[in-house]
Design a protein around this ligand. Sequence first.
Ligand SMILES: [Zn+2]
Length: 463
Amino acid sequence: MTKFVAAILLLAFAASPSSSASPIEVAVSRSGAEWTADFHFPRRAAAWAFVRSSVTRNGARPWRPMSWTVETPGVRIERRGHYDVLAAENGRPLPERIRIKFAPFTGDLIADYDPALSFTDGSVALYSEQFDAFPLRSAQRAERLPIDLGDSEVAIDPTRVTFRDTAGEVLHRGRRVAAVSLDDDDGTYVLFGPAEPVATEALAAIIDPALPGWIRRSLLGDTPRILAGYAAALGPAPGPKPTLMVSWAGATPRLTSMGGSVLPGLIAMTYEGAGVVEESEAVRREGLWFIAHEGAHFWLGQAVTYQYSRDAWITEGGADLLAIRAVPAVDPAYDARGALQAAVDDCAALTAGRGIAAAEQRNEHRAYYACGAVFGLVAEAASGRPFADFVRKLIDANRRDKVVTREEWLAALDRASGDPMLSDSIGRLIDRGADDPKAALTALFTRAGIAFTVGQDGTPRLQ
Ligand SMILES: [Zn+2]
């Protein structure tokens, strides 16, 4: 059985903290085998709910009740609707100080970052935003909250989390520090324990010592080249040197699994299963592709991002095309044409009578990847320049507000191509799709100067 889990996460919670309120202070520390989170809430509330309350991928269970133990008398942790909630057993307001003991939870969550990554040398990386909370007038109110807080009226308090290890320093953004305090905007993994990063010019890598050697060699050999290639074409990545964190969950029988996520300046991956112990071209490719796509998000996603999630074609399709152009440099046998053709086919299938903008409401997220890559291909052909040049101009023009709007992307295409008909056609596909998407793409490719033939079913076949 082969299972690839690639949780692609670039989550932005629309309900952002009000900066004027005093923060929830959380002191997280490890002392030997004991982990403690001491919450100091800025006021008394009937209950506090956790912003990130996703459930396990395996079994859809809430993970905090399995991992956290409330030490403060009269307080318990419970599940209410979509949220884990701290509530008083007697229904009175909670104390301002609450102590939790926890066992870092390393399971996969649905559409959220794993709370912890564990390494076989005893090192543990904690995801910082698992402690972010908001007050409730009663625990029951959580049952009426939507799964996406951005759709609610909830006011999120700022949370400030300080991480400390009594045994020594913690590792944050590639640097050892005695302690680190993080605000809400800085969601990342903080590493406890002895794991030492391997530093290269392009990144710092923390790799589980028990990870199969061929994966380690492949990742350490190819990741720096991919990121250095992006930096050369797109300019330096924002922030400090990126970190790659790779953990190993063991040689579980009958399993071939690679999962991962990306955060500002950080790519986290976990390999698991007997199926990845021996060198395998498919597993190597999957890892490379993951790093190439996620690494591209340091630029298209973090240096600049989209305005609305319906514009995700800008970042997802853009990251896909950057990756398709980057992978052949480290994997000459990679089939870039095949990947592009798959984007063309999927984009045609997913725009028949429906626009790309609303794809998220239909759970057709692939439309953003496929059509975004196709639009990138149009920009590339019409400008006669590598797609990275087009992206670099977008980044340079939008460094200040860090947002590339749909209008800005299409205007950049007009400038690069000198042909506003291209952006007109793309705008129609975004808003409404096409009655005959194959014909619409054929017309678009002809105008842009993309080399193709037309297949028997009318699909443009890239050459
Ligand atoms: Zn992505």
